[in-house]
Design a protein around this ligand. Sequence first.
Ligand SMILES: NC(=O)c1ccc[n+]([C@@H]2O[C@H](COP(=O)([O-])OP(=O)(O)OC[C@H]3O[C@@H](n4cnc5c(N)ncnc54)[C@H](O)[C@@H]3O)[C@@H](O)[C@H]2O)c1
Length: 307
Amino acid sequence: MDVNLNGKVALVTGVGPNIGSGLALMLGKYGAKVACNDVRPEVAQATVERLERNGVEAMSIPGDVANEEEVKAYVQRVVDEWGRIDILINCAGIDGGASVLEFEGERWTRQIMVNLSGNFFNTKWVARHMVEQEIKGSIICIISTAGWQGRANSVGYCSSKGGIIQFVRASAMDLAPYGIRINSFTPTATQVDNPDILRAREAAGVRGPMGFPPLPGQSPRENAGGQPVEEFRTGGTADFVAMSPLGELPTPTDYGHVVAWMCSDYARLVTGTDWGVDAGALAKYWPYVPPAEKRGPLPLIKMDVSE
Ligand SMILES: NC(=O)c1ccc[n+]([C@@H]2O[C@H](COP(=O)([O-])OP(=O)(O)OC[C@H]3O[C@@H](n4cnc5c(N)ncnc54)[C@H](O)[C@@H]3O)[C@@H](O)[C@H]2O)c1
């Protein structure tokens, strides 16, 4: 009765070293071959190498999710090389932003193009391939708790992530006749567990469960694993761990265990829904402050063997 993705091919967009890389790794550990996309080729390559260190077959497919021609081309590349695509994870995203009073139109447009239209382009071309080959595949769009709640100084981010909720429901109706499933998955503030980042954090003296210094080839702006906190906390504070009902922030590995199940044949009737791993964050009554003393969750079931 073990969940397995043996024989399946997955395409993951935005495989930055935090969540995208973690999801790609987990799909691989559950048995899939994984094509790794990122707009930065060196980032896609770093994830391929992480997967290979873990015994997972992987390929790098760099490209911009917001450019339909590039999406079409890298989807075709995977089909040409591996013959099929069974799983698509739309994970590429740009975090951060500004107040509705300040946000520049150009940044708004780019954020909507990457975070929302990127989901559309990838879903369209992968689903067309699934329809042609009669593959009853699974597509997952990565949202954020900020897609469900209003986060200050994040108007483009919240709007794009909220838009995905309806994109998923509408697409679920279009794809259901073909047996193709599409769901969203909601992560929240994420605890780093990629050994590459943990080493870089240690060297740079970064404390706390989130955040990491730029890795080679990454700009601090895009390296949003710890989120550009100063941009959205203005006028307030955010203590993620203290406000977490379960007292710990989830890791990409926690997400991957659930996402792998969502992509497995056990989830054959799950479509048009949202799943999340947020330690109780979205369920919490908003003024409630959890007690400081908590027993904590069960230990994490780790999957990266390259540490
Ligand atoms: N880290 C968090 O706390 C958190 C919380 C909730 C949701 N999320 C979401 O999870 C996803 C991954 O988050 P992360 O923290 O790992 O972010 P990240 O910034 O570390 O990684 C995102 C990756 O997407 C890539 N990317 C950006 N624009 C792209 C484009 N046009 N085409 C292809 N790739 C592109 C970036 O190069 C980067 O490697 C994002 O969608 C994010 O919104 C993150």
